[in-house]
Design a protein around this ligand. Structure first.
Ligand SMILES: [Cu+2]
Length: 243
């Protein structure tokens, strides 16, 4: 018994060192940046008839167009969710941000249209419109909810506990109100603006698969190997299939 204790004591620093070496670091100084561009004819979307609810018509100074495909200059695509899909240490647990993700219902539209939240992170839904919206979270892995936010309910906060890639938020009062939510188990994700740009920072050296997801266009993927502190530049092009 005593011998085995001695053996264990002698081995433990070695085991600890091996364990340390075998575990890849969770974070580092490498990053992936890039641009997402749309290639093809641009669909012509007519404005949404927001006066189906006079409250919405009163809240808006300008027409509201469908946000199915939002393009900036040179057909750069907004609302593309870019995220790491492989290469992170398995079973790694990343800290959950204390600050909430905020989803706003303003002018009878959701903002942001596409967003990510980490599992367990607060998601705060705001209703500055001060009219009736109905928040219908159509999650399948997590428990969904369908909650009326009446004119005097300006804020609710919810959490989703399990990772779940992309489900819709819809407003049952205003059928054009749609947002897309990803519940993530890591923080390495972002959403493009109208410049089509994305930046994912804080990566450890390694080989990663990265995906650019759009609500209508087929996803694009890439594999990139990063050295410590390296910045890789990627370019994604999205197209309507068959065109
Ligand atoms: Cu609504």
């Amino acid at each position: 018994m005593r011998d085995s204790c001695i053996v264990f004591t002698r081995l433990s620093p070695v085991v600890a060192l091996l364990t340390f070496v075998a575990m890849p670091p969770l974070a580092g100084a490498a990053s992936i940046t890039g641009t997402v561009v749309y290639e093809g004819a641009v669909p012509n979307f007519p404005p949404i008839q927001t006066d189906a609810d006079p409250h919405c018509a009163n809240l808006r100074d300008e027409p509201l167009y469908p946000e199915t495909l939002v393009l900036g200059d040179d057909q750069k695509i907004a609302n593309v969710f870019v995220h790491i899909t492989d290469g992170l240490p398995e079973d790694a647990e990343f800290p959950v941000p204390e600050e909430p993700v905020v989803l706003t219902q303003e002018g009878c539209r959701y903002s942001p249209r596409v967003f990510g939240v980490m599992a367990g992170q607060d998601l705060t839904v705001l209703n500055p419109d001060g009219i009736l919206h109905n928040v219908n979270a159509r999650s399948r892995v997590n428990r969904g909810f369908n909650l009326a936010m009446t004119s005097n309910i300006g804020e609710i906060t919810v959490q989703f506990d399990e990772p779940e890639f992309m489900f819709e938020f819809r407003c049952d009062v205003h059928p054009w109100m749609i947002a897309h939510c990803a519940v993530m188990d890591h923080p390495f994700f972002t959403v493009t603006g109208e410049d089509g740009r994305f930046v994912i920072e804080g990566l450890a050296p390694g080989t990663y698969e990265i995906e650019a997801w759009h609500e209508r266009l087929p996803a694009e993927t890439a594999t990139v190997t990063l050295e410590e502190g390296e910045t890789a530049e990627l370019s994604f092009t999205m197209r309507i299939p068959g065109r």
